[in-house]
Design a protein around this ligand. Sequence first.
Ligand code: DHE
Length: 517
Amino acid sequence: MIRPGLALCLALWLPGLQAGAEVNAPALYRAHCARCHGQERLGGMGPALLPENLHRLKPRQAREVILHGRPATQMPAFADRLDARQVDALVQYLYTPPPRPPRWGRREIERSRRLLVPASRLPDHPLHHADPLNLFVVVELGDHHITILDGDRFVPLARFPTHYAVHGGPKFSPDGRFVYVSSRDGWVEKYDLWSLQKVAEVRAGLNTRNLAVSDDGRYVLVGNYLPHTLVLLDAGDLHPLRILEVRGRDGTTSRVSAVYTAPPRHSFIVALKDIPEVWEIDYADEPLPVYNGPMHDYRMQEGLARVDGRFPVRRIQLAQPLDDFFFDPGYRLLIGAARRAGKVHVIQLDVGQKIADLPIDGMPHLGSGITWLWHGRRVLATPNLRKPEITVIDMKTWKVVKRIPTQGPGFFLRSHENTPYAWADVFFGPHRDLVHIIDKRKLEIVKTLRPVPGKTSAHVEFDRDGTHALLSIWDRDGAVIVYDARTLKEVKRLPMVKPSGKYNVYNKITRSEGTSH
Ligand code: DHE
C-alpha cells in the first residue's frame, strides 16, 4: 500500500526519471499536460498541442511557456517541477506528429457541439439601445475575448471569452444579427448581437483557417488545415451537414488556405494550400444558369459532387496553389497570391482561367486589399508582408499605377466610401508604431501618425457612415483608439487587451469597398 504523500512524490518524480536515464516525454505529458490539453493533445481547457497548431510558436518560446507559464491564462509555470532535460524532451514531443493522424470526423464534431440558446428562445427585437447595424465586434487576442462595441457612443456593450486564438474576420449573417467567430483551434462560435449572448458552438476542425457564411444565411463553411477538410454547418444550430475531404485529382490531400462567400454567384470559393486548384461550391437551391462558353476544367468530382442533389463542387485548375485571395466587386475575378511561387494571378471565375499575372513581388496580403474609383478607373491596393510598399493596381489593365513607399511592411489597409483616405499600418520593423494615411485621390501619404510610441499600431476599421476610424494598439496593455476620420484627431481611447481586428456590422454586410469581406 502506497501512502498518499509518497504517491504524490512518485507522481512528480516518476515521469521525469533520474539523471542519466532516458526521459519519457509521453509520460511527462500525461502527468503534467493532459488534464488541460487533452490525452491526445487535441486541446481542452488549454489549446491543442500538435505541430500544426504550434507552427506560430518557436520551440524556444514553447520552452519558456512551460518553464514560466503564460500570464493571464490558466497555464502554470513548471520550472519548480521539471528540469531542463525534461522540458526539452516535452518540447520535442509536442513538435512531433502523433503516431496516427488525429481523427476529427462527423462524430467528433457533433459531440463537441453545444446549442446554448435555441432559436425559439431568442428575442424578436434587440435588447439594447445601440444601433444594431453600427456595432463593432473587437477581437482581443491578448486574453482571448471579443468585445461588442456600440459604434455611435464607442462604449462596450458586452465582453465574451472565446476559444483559443481567434483569427481572421468574424463573419455576419446577412441581416447582421448573428456573428460567427472561428479560432485557430477549430472552434466556431455563434453570438446573437440583439440579445448579446452566445448561441451555439462547435469544434469543426483541429486547426482551422477561416469560415464563410452563405449570402442566404443558411450555411457556414469552415476551411481546415487539420484535418484536410471543409465542414459545412447549418448556420442555425451549427450542426454538421457535410464534411468534404479536400483531395486533388491525383489523390493528394490539401490544407485549405481560405474560404469566402461570393454573394452574386451564390457559392463559396475555396483556395487550397497544397494543390493547385480553386473550388467553387454552389449553395443555391437552383443550379446556376448553364455557362455556354468553353468549359475549361469545369468538372464535378464524384463522391464530393452533391449533398442530397446539391452543393456541386467545381474545380478550377491553376498553375500554383494559392495562399490568399481577393475578389473584384462583381465577384467574376479572383486575385490570388501564390506565395511560394512569388506570383499573383488573376483568375476569371466564369471560364476558370488565368487572365493576368500581377507585377507584385514580396508577399502581398491580398485578403487585406481594398478597391476604390480613381479617375474613373477601379484600382486595387494591397499591403505587402515583406516589402515596405502599398501597391496600387488598375483593375482593367492590371498594370501598377503607383507603388507607395512606406516605413515598413504592413498587414492591413482599410478605408470607406465616405472618406478620401486609406489607412495603412506598418506592422513590421522599427517603425511598427506608425500608421500612414494615404490620400486615395493623389495616391500619396498625407499624414503619418504615431499613436503610442514603441507599440504596434494596426488594423483600422470605419464606423457605419465612415466618420470615425478605429485603430488597434496591438499590446497586452493596448487600446482601441477612435479617430475623427476627417480631422484625423483622436476622439476616444478604450483600453483593450491586444485588440487585433475589429469589424463593423454594416460595413461587412453591405460589403463596403473599404474593408475585407
Ligand atoms: Fe491573418 C485575416 C492568413 C498571420 C491577423 N489572415 C486573415 C485571412 C487569411 C489570413 C487567409 C482572411 C480570413 C478571413 O478573414 O476570413 N494570417 C494569414 C496567414 O497566412 C498568416 C501570414 C500566417 C498564419 O499563421 O496564418 C497570418 N494574421 C496573422 C497574424 O500573425 C495576425 C497579425 C495575428 C493573428 O491573429 O494571428 C493575423 N488575419 C489577422 C486578422 C485578420 C486576418 C486580424 C482579419 C482582418 C480583417 O479585417 O478581415
